[in-house]
Design a protein around this ligand. Structure first.
Ligand code: DMJ
Length: 639
């Protein structure tokens, strides 16, 4: 039998016309698209997504996005990097995980990789990871049920802004304070006008600077300024800053960030803003950002690496740090902020991470009791013996004493480590110049370098605030040492033509508190000398500290104020200044804040209630006994 092929009729057995077949296929493909669409867009489809997508695709953190940064990571990562994901963290055990004292210090344990310890590392790593998993909800672990802002405020001895916002009774002091406020307004207005949303203002070229320290985060000057604007009562500006944080602070960046800088400026700035204002927005952002920093700790020892990609979580050491080492002043300057992240989120992981660092540093052998600046995050050993109370070392010591003070004087390990370190510093680094100036030299494997950095000038204030808690017979000794160091730093200012201090000054080849190298002559609006004036004023009420602060104001006005902001200068020894075209964010967060506090009454951010992080962001002392009592009381009342 012969089948005749009729025109327009399919040859298939179904006997459909071509147009019908086309319509059918169209309908079928539409249906398939609809089903897959539903899979991706309907909220209930999450389980199905897990079936169809690989695990990494549904993680909130993108891994290996194939960005330019990722390519560079492979080039830059030290050889040891591969070890991190495999055998992870040092062992940590926590007694308490709730709003009790954030951690039991005796209960933390550090073990370096190897042998039986390795087993423990595996166990503890999965434990810490599960703790950090808690931080993936929409509020990033910031749990309002467990932290009561109201209770916290009740536990302060004084209102944060004091009586009358710390306005001094003395008219001249008040005038000076108003001048500092005007400087802040000027610096802020120019940033706002020319660099809004960028990290810093370039005041000569009138544009913004982004730089490469914050891994794609923006608005460093805004986050760094929130608390300064607030305490100065510049409320319109504070509200603009808050609005920017709300609408434009994007934490989903994917660049290379300094763990240290992001922590002290962004996490610290957001935490302070929260504690001062009670705005949940700041708390949530701080915890969200804190979570992004955690992968930096995934090393065999738990000592974090210095650089982290905030998007992928990959971390590595600075290219310039010897043998892939981590820097003392970086991994040693996380404690205050991380303890507060645990406090606010009830997630113990943050405190675990910094307690692990503490424990390792406590155990490791120290040459002459000193802490060198470079440590391997892989072996947990010192990489070279350079010791400095200035750059690379500085804020590690600061955070020891401040951890103790911030714990309401309960963190005895921190206290012990601080005083032992200070004794070693006194025995090995503190020197007296032929002209009678006390200074902190640097130590290079037993050889002294008679140089003191501007950064080291914070130590006057640090030794001052720690004076009360050492051995009682040493109180006056520490106050004297603090005053002598502050005096030396003031000398480094008065001996320059601009009355501003150089980046580093020396006490050799006939020099006394003066830079001898061209490369050390610059001043980039740093705060450390003024910071020590502020603390010494509060501790002694010697009027000379306010006078010295005023000298600095005049010098800043004369040499650093330009038409559109404030700028650093290249050589403090000449009055025909050359500007570096940069208004650093720490000028707004630290230099101007410390000046303002210097000319305010002591109850504005009272030292009885607050410690300042190393970027001058105030963090409250944690009074667990009070917070817990109040919590119990509140519970009883509501029952
Ligand atoms: C600030 O970012 C901090 O004070 C840090 O501890 C050291 N350097 C700058 C200011 O000089």
């Amino acid at each position: 039998m012969v089948f005749r092929k009729l025109p327009g009729v399919s040859a298939s057995g179904m006997g459909l016309r071509l147009s019908q077949k086309f319509m059918f296929l169209l309908f079928l493909s539409g249906l398939v698209t609809l089903c897959f669409g539903a899979l991706f867009f309907l909220p209930d489809s999450v389980r199905l997504k897990r079936i169809f997508l690989s695990k990494t695709e549904i993680q909130p953190v993108t891994v290996g996005s194939g960005s330019e940064n990722d390519v560079r990571e492979h080039l830059k990562r030290p050889k040891d990097q591969g070890m991190t994901s495999a055998k992870g963290e040092a062992g940590i055990k926590l007694k308490s995980q709730s709003r009790k004292p954030p951690v039991s210090y005796e209960a933390t344990e550090v073990r370096l990789a190897g042998g039986k310890a390795q087993e423990d590392l595996n166990l503890s790593r999965s434990k810490t990871e599960s703790a950090s998993e808690k931080v993936t909800s929409s509020n990033h672990g910031a749990n309002s049920d467990t932290f009561s802002y109201k209770q916290f405020r009740r536990c302060l001895f004084k209102p944060p802004l004091g009586r009358d916002n710390g306005r001094p009774a003395d008219p001249q002091t008040n005038e000076r304070r108003e001048k500092v406020k005007e400087m802040m307004k000027f610096a802020w207005d120019n940033y706002k006008r020319y660099a809004w949303g960028k990290n810093e203002l370039r005041p000569l070229t009138r544009n913004g600077h982004i730089g490469n320290m914050f891994g794609g985060l923006r608005g460093a000057s805004i986050v760094d300024s929130l608390d300064t604007l607030y305490i100065m009562g510049l409320m319109d500006d504070y509200n603009d800053a808050k609005e920017w944080v709300k609408t434009s602070l994007d934490l989903n960046s994917n660049g290379e960030a300094s763990l240290f800088e992001v922590n002290i400026r962004y996490v610290g700035g957001l935490l302070s803003a929260y504690y001062l204002t009670g705005e949940e927005l700041f708390k949530n952002k701080a915890v969200e950002l804190g979570e992004k920093l955690l992968p930096a700790f995934n090393t065999p020892t738990g000592i974090p690496r210095g650089v982290i990609n905030l998007g992928s979580g990959t971390s590595w050491s600075w290219g310039w740090a010897s043998a892939g080492s981590s820097i003392l002043a970086e991994f040693g300057t996380l404690h205050l902020e991380f303890v507060h992240l645990t406090e606010l989120s009830s997630n113990p992981v943050y405190t675990e991470k910094v307690m692990n660092i503490r424990k390792l540093l406590n155990k490791i052998e120290k040459p002459h009791g000193l802490y060198p600046n470079f440590l391997s995050p892989v072996s947990g050993n010192w990489v070279q013996h350079h010791v400095s109370i200035g750059g690379l070392g500085d804020s590690f010591y600061e955070y020891l004493i401040k951890s103790y003070l911030m714990s309401d004087k309960t963190d005895d390990d921190a206290k012990k480590m601080y005083y032992t370190a200070l004794e070693a510093i006194e025995a090995n680094l503190v020197q007296k110049s032929p002209g009678g100036l006390t200074y902190m030299a640097e130590w290079r494997g037993g050889i002294l370098d008679h140089k003191m950095g501007h950064l080291a000038c914070f130590s006057g204030g640090m030794i001052g605030i720690g004076a009360d808690d050492g051995a009682p017979e040493k109180r006056q000794h520490y106050l004297d040492l603090a005053a002598e160091i502050t005096h030396t730093c003031h000398e480094s200012y008065t001996r320059s033509a601009t009355k501003l201090g150089p980046e580093a000054f020396r006490f050799d080849s006939g020099a006394e508190a003066a830079a001898t190298r061209l490369s050390d002559r610059y001043y980039i609006l740093r705060p450390e000398v003024i910071e020590s004036y502020m603390y010494m004023w509060r501790l002694t009420h010697d009027p000379k500290y306010r006078e010295w602060g005023w000298e600095a104001v005049e010098a800043l006005e004369q040499h650093c104020r330009v038409e559109s902001g404030f700028s650093g200068i290249r050589d403090v020894y000449t009055t025909s200044v050359s500007h570096d075209n940069m208004q650093q964010s720490f000028f707004l967060s630290e230099t101007l804040k410390y000046l303002y506090l210097l000319f305010s009454d002591d109850d504005l951010l009272s030292l009885e209630d607050w410690v300042f992080n190393t970027e001058a962001h105030p963090l409250p002392i944690i009074r667990n006994s009070c917070l817990q009592d109040d919590a119990t009381q509140e519970k009883t009342v509501s029952e």
